[in-house]
Ligand binder design. Sequence first.
Ligand SMILES: [Zn+2]
Length: 522
Amino acid sequence: MLNLIPKPVYAKEGNGRFVLPDNAAVYSEIDLPLIKNKGAEDSCIKIFKDANLAKEEYYLTINDNGVLIKASDAAGAYYALQSVRMLGRLDEGKNELPFVEIKDKPKYSWRGLSLDESRHFFGKENVKKYLDDMFRLKLNVFHWHLTDDQGWRIEIKKYPLLTEIGSKRAYTHLGGWHCYRIENKEYGGYYTQEDIREIVEYAAQRCISILPEIDVPAHFAAALASYPELACRNIKRDVFGGFGGIVFTKNKIFDWNRPCCMGKKSSLDFIFDVYDEACSLFPFEYFHVGGDECDFSEWKKCPDCQRVMKENGFTNEQQLQQKLTNELCVFLKKKGKKMLAWNDILKKGYENIDKDVVVQQWLPGQDKNTVAFAQNGGKILMSNHKSFYFDMTYAQYPLKNTYDFSPKKYKIENEECLIGIEAQVWTEWIRTFDKVQFMAHPRMEALAETAWTPDCEKDFKDFLGRYEGYKSVYASLGINFAADEICMPKNRIKRSYIVRKFFRGNPDYEFNENNRLKETKK
Ligand SMILES: [Zn+2]
């Protein structure tokens, strides 16, 4: 069995092994800046450019003559080298490559993974590690959630208070969504524009595009804490330290996602100014505007919002949000960008939404609006909750949920409308990067295979067999991952106990247990 995830489209093993010499040189007709040891045409690793191959596609043979690779672009060449790296277990200091012939290319052109750095902030070096993990598994879009109620993490020069005030919160909610424990300790962090350029460049070298998300008009409390005049009512607010819209006051008031005012010109100017600066930092042709979970209660009471509704003949506040969605779409188009938004923007129908918007479907079940949008020419990115919400416990969503994803279950039958799949790592209950890795591995491997390998070649048992080889590689690279007992839990009673704890009391139950298991195995 070849030790490769994602499983290649075609692979034929031969008899024999090629021993890679120390510091093997690489001859390449394709410019590959990450290759340190470049050699002449007689090098034992040769990469030839073949314009007949598609983007990201590669051809790889390993035999007595060494390693031969063909690709049409850097991504294809690097992916072939990643396969070589894994086949030879080079990260473990090994050097024997099995004879093999591989022809390989991805199923989807969008193979994404997100990281929420608003709820918790992990910093530049960890983001680079995350990108390395994605690159190893041939994932190619990093969705970076940079703003939310609990912290603004991207420097915007025109609005310095966004990071001066908005990047810090005074307290943090602990213990799960249905728990009211708090930690009274300042928490903060943000990326300067220079940091962002560095990370964008680091990702680009690894053939990963960065999709920034600046969530509007809701999930906006950090911006409102910095500039209260952007809200419908100009009142002083803190950056939220509560998760799930819970505000900690004496009376435990439930207060969900107060949005930006849609009636004041200055508020809308703010959004466009921020997008203008952010667009210049991210070369990717897509930009995520969020658009999810907007509460309309402030807009209903706001004279400015109501005036705009009247002027436009709107009968509900959803139309007011649709107006913003379409204006953002036009704005981004002028910048040569396509817009992504969560499927929430399709509430009350898809008809008024610009067909160039890509809708990211996150709901656990089928969504009739998403299906209708797709059937009428709209494009969809699938991030179904049950398969791709990696922040949820393995007890609730075991590993197989990710592996078994099929768009057909969600009535996205027409592959033309599906641009790809993407998993989400929200971080309300993930305070360390060690835990990010724990939640993501081995789900990320299942995501990679689901996004890459044709359905007819997929088999969960076979996948688990191949994954065995990754465990020692990850151990030697210091990458945390969930043990089999944790990511494929069997005991139903224990599973429901873990899920209950996750919401009320201890969201780290599995993580702690995994650490205990690692200790006992030592
Ligand atoms: Zn308003």
